[in-house]
Write a protein that binds this ligand. Structure first.
Ligand SMILES: O=C(O)[C@@H](O)[C@@H](O)[C@H](O)[C@H](O)CO
Ligand SMILES: [Mg+2]
Length: 415
């Protein structure tokens, strides 16, 4: 390591002396990076990439950790640039999740050393509480209506509704009977069935009924999970306009950012995209051309707080607001960091929130809390989430992959 990259004498206590990756499965798989400094301050970051967990664990253990030892933990920006530029091979979910884990752990350490909750280092709070949306899902229309009403009872002001579709054996986003929706169920991918026409005929009926039942106040959201062509997406957005959705998410696979020009010309339904994005380059056109309303990039998959802040700042120039991904495959560590970010970010929109299981919460003790439709980050120095490594060790990794979708004729589609 070059002299400039080493800690100087006066900063010896900030030197990174150790780092390790903990892979555990308290109900589902999580990858967590733990970084230690000379002074004994420990920071943790989430590196979970659902269905591809071990690739990030290896990237960290084999390629990143050796570069961290001896470095100054306070130089978050320089470490970020080193890992991003220094690898030569840029971007991608594995690389960016690994960088995110380092970045989150270093912000945790910096905030702990400052004796402040993380939001203070970002610039302090812009709001008192963080609006979240919950996930209601049912096997058919009536069941979904009941579930949405149940979420309303629990105090949610914003509710995502997903439903089984008549004629389709399976649909995206439908749980298997409890509060803990988890799509990655099997060692090899489950094959689900898809038919865009059946779906597009059904969804407006669902939202017509939902709007009737919940009244005008409740914010309703829906995730199309990348299944449409641009023209179909435009038509779906238009057909949902009377039901005043808060957002319609992931209409088409967004590596084709230009597709949103077509969609945008045809519908005023607010659009949200970005849970699979890793860098600002994935959403530059979408933001600069004002083709979306909410950017859903996360701390864990988009390069950590350092990079997510850049995305949010670009979005802010165009009145695009944040709506970070927060499914259960993002660990409580990501949720903790996200809530500090959400408390600060000026152009905040909403945060996705799916409850983790009790066991997951035990493995990752945290100080954030849910209260009647809103989340609150805590005041503990750092991001407020820790890892019980002893308990984690009792729940080892289980290979699991996300499902795939096929059309009725067998053609592989986007899940
Ligand atoms: O909006 C969402 O939360 C989803 O699209 C996720 O549930 C997504 O399917 C999972 O994170 C995949 O691991
Ligand atoms: Mg989604």
């Amino acid at each position: 390591m070059a002299e400039a990259e080493r800690t100087d004498g006066s900063a010896r206590e900030r030197t990174i002396t150790g780092a390790r990756v903990v892979v555990c499965s308290p109900g589902r798989n999580f990858v967590t990076l733990v970084i230690e400094t000379q002074a004994g301050v420990v920071g943790i970051g989430d590196a979970t990439l659902n269905g591809r967990e071990l690739s990030v664990a290896s990237y960290l253990t084999d390629h990143v950790i050796p570069n961290l030892i001896g470095r100054d933990a306070s130089r978050i920006e320089d470490v970020w640039q080193f890992l991003y530029r220094g690898a030569y091979w840029r971007r991608g979910p594995v690389t960016m999740s690994a960088i995110a884990a380092v970045d989150t752990a270093l912000w945790d350490i910096k905030a702990k050393m400052a004796g402040m909750p993380l939001y203070q280092l970002l610039g302090g709070k812009s709001r008192e509480r963080v609006l979240v949306y919950g996930h209601a899902n049912g096997k058919d229309l009536e069941h979904t209506v009941d579930e949405v009403l149940r979420y309303k009872e629990m105090g949610y002001e914003a509710i995502r509704a997903q439903s089984g579709v008549p004629g389709l054996a399976t649909a995206y986003g439908i749980g298997k009977g409890d509060m803990y929706y988890e799509p990655a169920g099997e060692e090899l991918p489950e094959v689900q069935e898809w038919d865009t026409r059946a779906y597009m005929t059904f969804v407006p009926k669902l939202f017509e009924r939902l709007r009737e039942k919940v009244g005008p106040e409740t914010k309703l959201l829906h995730d199309a999970h990348h299944r449409m062509t641009p023209q179909e997406a435009a038509r779906l957005g238009k057909s949902l306009e009377p039901y005043d959705l808060f957002w319609l998410e992931d209409l088409t696979p967004a590596e084709n950012q230009e597709a949103f020009r077509l969609i945008r010309q045809h519908t005023t339904t607010p659009l949200a995209v970005g849970e699979v994005f890793n860098t600002i380059h994935d959403c530059r056109t979408l933001i600069e051309e004002q083709l979306i309303d909410y950017i859903r990039a996360t701390v864990v998959h988009a390069g950590g707080i350092t990079h997510l802040r850049r995305i949010a700042d670009l979005a802010g120039l165009y009145q695009v607001r944040t709506g970070s991904h927060g499914a259960t495959d993002l660990s409580p560590v990501c949720m903790g960091a996200a809530l500090h970010f959400d408390s600060w970010v000026p152009n905040f929109g909403i945060q996705e929130y799916m409850m983790h299981t009790e066991l997951t919460d035990e493995v990752f003790p945290h100080d954030y809390r849910f209260e009647r439709g809103f989340m609150h980050c805590g005041e503990t120095p750092g991001h407020g989430v820790t890892l019980d490594e002893k308990l984690a060790a009792k729940h080892p990794y289980k290979p699991r992959q996300l499902p795939v979708a096929r059309l009725r004729d067998g053609t592989l589609w986007n899940w």
